[in-house]
Design a protein around this ligand. Structure first.
Ligand code: TXA
Ligand code: MG
Length: 350
């Protein structure tokens, strides 16, 4: 049992070795720590402690218990939780630590809480590369379940300040470790390698082309909840959404009055416009995506128009997130593969 009152309440620390040690103690005591990874900030709890993991759902205001990504220090620790196979080994060798999440069969003797994995017989595992995440995992000595550290339905945080803005009073978060801006800026690529056919469940920080170069062709999944089957993991259509409408594949000349614009590639600076990457670099664009969507998400702006983004490399992850942000709201909005309740703020047009 955890005495939550004995833990700090929404303390923000620069991610020094000392602060990381304190944060690891909070994790071990069943508390919640927001921490940087190279993709986005996560909201972490001890993945073997059901009560602690349940608190993540409570804080994020997630209406359902969806399975979370379990972060581990290395492949050895992952091997205590899931059954590795040859494909998984090749991918782990090539991309861990890094922005790749592997879905694998849960071991019978896995100590993971069923809350973290939503009772499934598979587990999504990842070894993050960010030095703060690595140090936290090493010091905590337990696997850390962590979804992105945003409220259900909103854009994932890529800076500590985004976490602070989302949870003004902490709402149960004990510590926020500030490790600067996330270098990749979009969530990890999720690939299911638990069966015979490797299947891409979510494009993300590792381009699928790079994965195919290691293991050959990958099937394109279709997560069960894309289908509306919400008891299963995955993502619903509307996702990562700012509070104002967003239109995608809009050419600059098609921009409407009152809209701000996200552009990509060489471009004349224009009023109300932010450029994801002037050099046309998809990595830079991914790293800027969520921060720029937040910057344009303000009252008085009618909506955000986004120019077409090349659908290759990290462009796939960018387009996936943009499509979800642009999907109609109010029906099944979601930030983490869970349904979201109707949010009237989302449809006010100014
Ligand atoms: O980059 C990331 O992946 C970030 C950082 C914090 O690591 N985490 C993240 O977690 O994006 P979250 O909870 O926002 O997204 C996890 C996704 C959900 O769509 C969930 O359904 C899926 O992973 N997932 C988890 N376990 C799964 C499983 N056993 N099978 C299939 N999908 C699973
Ligand atoms: Mg998320």
């Amino acid at each position: 049992m955890t005495d939550a009152n004995a833990l700090p309440n929404f303390e923000v620390f620069e991610a020094t070795p000392d602060a990381i040690r304190q944060a690891a103690a909070v994790i071990r005591a069943g508390g919640l720590v927001a921490f940087p990874t190279e993709t986005v900030y996560g909201l972490g709890a001890d993945a073997t402690n059901g009560e602690a993991v349940a608190r993540i759902f409570e804080v994020k205001d997630r209406p359902t218990f969806n399975p979370l990504i379990v972060h581990v220090a290395d492949e050895t620790q992952a091997g205590q939780l899931v059954d590795f196979n040859e494909t998984a080994q090749k991918l782990a060798f090539a991309f861990w630590p890094g922005a790749l999440t592997l879905v694998l069969k849960r071991r019978d003797d896995s100590p993971l809480s069923l809350v973290a994995t939503a009772g499934l017989d598979t587990v999504a595992v990842r070894v993050p590369a960010h030095p703060t995440a690595q140090a936290l995992l090493a010091a905590a000595g337990v696997p850390i379940a962590a979804p992105s550290a945003n409220r259900s339905g909103y854009i994932s945080p890529t800076q500590a300040i985004h976490v602070l803005m989302q949870f003004k009073d902490g709402q149960g978060i004990n510590v926020v470790l500030d490790g600067g801006a996330c270098a990749i800026g979009v969530e990890s690529t999720i690939i299911d390698v638990s069966g015979d056919t490797p299947t891409l469940l979510r494009p993300g920080g590792v381009p699928v082309e790079d994965i195919e170069a290691v293991i050959g062709p990958v099937a394109i999944g279709h997560t069960p909840s894309d289908d509306g089957d919400i008891k299963a993991p995955g993502q619903l259509k509307s996702h990562y959404a700012p509070s104002i409408p967003i239109r995608i594949n809009v050419k600059p000349e098609e921009r409407q009055r009152g809209e701000s614009m996200l552009t990509f590639g060489p471009d004349m600076p224009r009023r109300g416009t932010l450029n994801l990457s002037k050099k046309g670099d998809l990595r830079e664009a991914a790293a800027n995506l969520f921060t720029m969507m937040r910057a344009l998400d303000m009252p008085g702006i009618r909506g955000i128009a986004v120019v077409p983004i090349p659908n290759e490399g990290l462009g796939r992850a960018i387009n996936d997130r943009l499509q979800r942000a642009a999907a109609p709201k109010g029906v099944e909005t979601d930030a983490d593969g869970e349904p979201k309740y109707f949010d009237p703020i989302g449809i006010i047009e100014i």
